[in-house]
Design a protein around this ligand. Structure first.
Ligand SMILES: Cc1cc2nc3c(=O)[nH]c(=O)nc-3n(C[C@H](O)[C@H](O)[C@H](O)COP(=O)(O)OP(=O)(O)OC[C@H]3O[C@@H](n4cnc5c(N)ncnc54)[C@H](O)[C@@H]3O)c2cc1C
Length: 59
């Protein structure tokens, strides 16, 4: 049986949320193949990037 990873939910896909998600997703010990937790970003708006309207790569 595979143990479920703890899930971290980030509210808001602005710069802060996206940066936190990226850091958490890539955070792992050298021996681990994947991050020790599942990361989910919840965005209430219709696009990611928040106040920064120039995050073209995310659209
Ligand atoms: C006109 C303008 C120009 C700027 N120019 C610069 C600049 O040149 N350089 C610079 O460094 N910074 C600049 N900034 C500031 C920069 O855009 C912000 O500091 C940065 O985007 C803030 O990121 P944040 O993730 O903290 O918040 P936000 O960008 O506000 O992101 C928050 C996100 O959370 C979502 N959210 C909020 N509440 C909920 C909820 N309850 N459920 C789900 N989702 C939710 C929102 O929809 C939003 O997408 C500028 C800001 C403005 C307004």
């Amino acid at each position: 049986m595979v143990a479920k990873k703890p899930r971290i939910v980030i509210i808001g896909a602005g710069m802060a949320g996206l940066t936190a998600a990226s850091k958490l997703h890539t955070c792992r010990s050298p021996a681990a193949a994947t991050a020790p937790f599942e990361v989910v970003v919840v965005e209430g708006g219709t696009r990611v990037g928040g106040e920064d309207k120039h995050v073209g790569v995310w659209r």
